[in-house]
Every structure is written in structure tokens, then in C-alpha cells.
Design a protein around this ligand. Structure first.
Ligand code: BEZ
Ligand code: FE
Length: 285
């Protein structure tokens, strides 16, 4: 009979996972056990606190659904999602940022030079970009998936007044890696606070705001896919993003422009904002 003690418990639990076949999974479970136990030792975790932690996770499960993951939100507000993004960074490549819960697969394909504005209210914005490798060579086979919220701060999934797939699209870049898209300026908005993550934010006196942003994912054969966001330098919430997604390199200047030919080609008003978006992808590891 093994006599389990405070001193041998952690190693005993680690050994119980030693037969996991997959080497990486074995390592992850071993280190998770190590750090969970270290946390309990360090904090001298009590039964009441342990029970409250389990109840918190139950509340997260109860409020989650196929279209809402409270666990992802928990990872976001704890900074874990951003840490995983930062660990995935590669020299010379555009920095990544949180995916968020509003990405849906299968957005409509549009040509570069299209407009998402349609019936949307808001300030017109021209996004001009080029996808290259880290040496500046254009990636002609790159494609983008783009999504953002509307002028009222809501994504189409949250708002019955918006048509399905409002303000989202996929684009293949042109032969020189460039793309253009007309859209509206996104707005700051609140992450959901009606679940246990909201409890955590309130007890911490933390804000639930995210600064306005576009979401973009970029793929190109032979290169690491990028999931990122583009922020607005004038946004008041840049320093207080509830999910820690802001990186200085992802903050854009919205320039006022009024080029008649561009306005006519892109279906923009005579005066519009423009942002330039160089996107650099790292080679596949
Ligand atoms: C978002 O950017 O849409 C988002 C990201 C994390 C949590 C909630 C929303
Ligand atoms: Fe978002």
C-alpha cells in the first residue's frame, strides 16, 4: 500500500500519467499537475476556496453554448490567450492577437477592391494592405478572413437588426500581395459580463471594454497562419483592453483622405479615412 503524504502526492500523481503515449501531451499533463499542486501549496488552498473554484467552473459550463465559450473568455481575461499569442510570435512577422468569439467559418468570398459598407452607418474607412514574407516578398497566394463590429458596437451574431455575415468577408490578395477593402470604422465594445467572468471582472474593479478593432486572419502556403487585430490609435480603451490584445505594432493611424478616383472606385464618400496595413508572415517552422 502506498502511503500518500503531502510530500509524495505530487510525484505520485505525475507518475500516474507517465504512460501517456504522446510525448508532448505527457509533458503538458506532467507540468499542469506540477503547477496546480504548487499553486495549492503556495496559497495553502482551503476546502472552501477549492469548492468555490469548482462552482465557478460549473457556472462557466452552464452559461456556455455552441455560440459562447465562457472558458475562452476566461482564458482571455486571465491573459492566457494573449500569452499563447505572444509565445507564437516570430521575428519580423506581424504580431498576433486574440481570435475572440465572433469568428465564423465560411464568410463570403469577395474580390480585393470590394466594399462591406452596404447599409451600415458609420465612418467610411479604406483598408489598404499588402501581404509579404518577412523579407518583404509579396505572397500572391495569400488569403484573408476579415470581421468587425458595426457602428453600434455589436457583431452581427449579437444583433438581429444586422443581416447575416454583416461586415465580414474572405479575400484573395492580388498578384502583388496587395488588397483593398472599404468598410466602416469599428467601435469599442463590452465583453459579456453576465457570466462568472463578469463576476471576476467586477470583484477586480476591472473594465469590460475592448478598444475598437478589426479582426484579420491571414493564410499563405508555406507560411505560418496569422490571427491578429488592428486597433485605432485614437481609442480611449487602448490601455485597458479587457483581454490584453493590444500591441503597439497593431495600432493604426486613421488618415483623412479625399482622392476622387479612389472614392469612386471603392464606393466611398468624397472624404474618408484610410489605414495602411503591411502584413508579414513568417515561414512555416
Ligand atoms: C472580440 O474581440 O470580439 C472578443 C475577444 C475576446 C473576448 C470577447 C470578445
Ligand atoms: Fe472583436
Amino acid at each position: 500500500m502506498k502511503n500518500i503524504t503531502r510530500d509524495n502526492l505530487t510525484d505520485t500523481v505525475k507518475s500516474s500519467f507517465a504512460q501517456i503515449d504522446d510525448e508532448r501531451l505527457r509533458h503538458l499533463v506532467n507540468r499542469l499537475t506540477h503547477h496546480l499542486h504548487a499553486f495549492a501549496h503556495e496559497t495553502q488552498l482551503t476546502h472552501e476556496e477549492w469548492r468555490e473554484g469548482i462552482a465557478f467552473l460549473h457556472r462557466a459550463a452552464e452559461i456556455s453554448s455552441p455560440s459562447r465559450s465562457e472558458f475562452t473568455l476566461m482564458s482571455d481575461v486571465l491573459g492566457l490567450s494573449s500569452l499563447v499569442d505572444l509565445l507564437a510570435a516570430r521575428p519580423g512577422a506581424t504580431e498576433g492577437s486574440v481570435l475572440g468569439p465572433f469568428h465564423t467559418r465560411g464568410s463570403p468570398w469577395m474580390d480585393s477592391g470590394s466594399s462591406l459598407i452596404g447599409a451600415n452607418a458609420g465612418e467610411a474607412v479604406l483598408i489598404r494592405g499588402q501581404v509579404t514574407d518577412v523579407n518583404g516578398q509579396p505572397l500572391r497566394e495569400a488569403s484573408l478572413d476579415f470581421w468587425q463590429n458595426a457602428d453600434n458596437g455589436m457583431y452581427w451574431q449579437m444583433d438581429d437588426s444586422q443581416p447575416q455575415d454583416n461586415l465580414r468577408c474572405q479575400i484573395k490578395v492580388q498578384a502583388d500581395g496587395r488588397f483593398e477593402l472599404a468598410t466602416i470604422r469599428p467601435q469599442p465594445y463590452l465583453v459579456p459580463t453576465d457570466g462568472p467572468v463578469g463576476e471576476l471582472l467586477r470583484v477586480s474593479h476591472r473594465d469590460a471594454w475592448r478598444p475598437a478593432h478589426f479582426h484579420i486572419t491571414v493564410k499563405a502556403p508555406g507560411h505560418r497562419s496569422l490571427i491578429t487585430e488592428v486597433f485605432d490609435e485614437s481609442d480611449p480603451w487602448l490601455d485597458k483592453d479587457a483581454v490584453f490584445g493590444v500591441r503597439a505594432s497593431l495600432v493604426c493611424h486613421y488618415q483623412t483622405e479625399s482622392d476622387p478616383a479612389t472614392a469612386a472606385r471603392m464606393g466611398l464618400p468624397a472624404q474618408y479615412k484610410a489605414i495602411d496595413l503591411p502584413i508579414r508572415l513568417a515561414p512555416q517552422d
